[in-house]
Design a protein around this ligand. Sequence first.
Ligand SMILES: NC(=O)c1ccc[n+]([C@@H]2O[C@H](COP(=O)([O-])OP(=O)(O)OC[C@H]3O[C@@H](n4cnc5c(N)ncnc54)[C@H](OP(=O)(O)O)[C@@H]3O)[C@@H](O)[C@H]2O)c1
Length: 242
Amino acid sequence: MQIEGSIALVTGGNRGLGKAFVQALLDAGTRKVYVGARRLIEADDPRIQPIKLDVTSKEDIQAAAQAYQDVNILINNAGVAYVNSHAAPTSIDEARQEIETNYLGTLAISLAFAPILKQNGGGALVNMLSVASWYSNPVLGSYGASKAAAWSITNSIRMELRAQGTLVTGIHAGFIDTEMASSFPGPKALPQDIAQATIEGLLADREEVLADKVSHEIKAALAADLSAFYRRIQQQWDSSTR
Ligand SMILES: NC(=O)c1ccc[n+]([C@@H]2O[C@H](COP(=O)([O-])OP(=O)(O)OC[C@H]3O[C@@H](n4cnc5c(N)ncnc54)[C@H](OP(=O)(O)O)[C@@H]3O)[C@@H](O)[C@H]2O)c1
């Protein structure tokens, strides 16, 4: 698709990867970016329009869909992750928040903006997923479940919106160097690189973007021997928590 001259909305655009998406869109020639955030941000670039958009709020979503009818690229980026075990006392509340944000938030915004994308020629709907959409690990189990659900609807929404000409793209990545992954050691991709891979994916009309090396490696490993893959993941987590 053509990005130059487009009008985008990025959820959770105030920090982390969302901020990198905003910059990458502007660098690629986007005319205006609505930057969704739970609390309005200050912007010093006239092409940025801050908007209040809590992705778990029906009222915010409805108001945004009524007010911003010119959007032709939607990036569902907002997300939460809790590091926990299923056995922890808070895990159900945290799992609920992850589902509310990562899955239901993504779904609700996609449904609200699908007619807007249609009226603007199809455009693109981008969902920020994760390698955790494909596999589980012991301390991000409920996060993985919410991302697996988001991956699943990405694929079904794609089929539903194909007739209206909307490109529906899922982005997968391993750890990215943002606040969300700050408690994890080890190599992390730069948010700017993930955002740039996303822009390149959109320009090439790709429906799935493996935005870093880790996502390529994990996809290949999962297709090889699932039991061996999970034994390796378990060993890694066991040794990192010892
Ligand atoms: N970091 C990683 O390792 C990694 C890897 C793969 C995929 N991802 C995905 O990448 C996306 C961005 O994550 P990140 O790494 O940039 O995390 P982050 O640094 O924690 O930022 C999360 C962003 O989501 C926003 N957000 C959370 N709940 C929201 C809500 N209800 N409504 C609106 N905005 C909300 C946050 O806003 P506030 O400032 O208000 O909290 C913040 O802007 C997420 O979908 C995440 O799952 C991250």
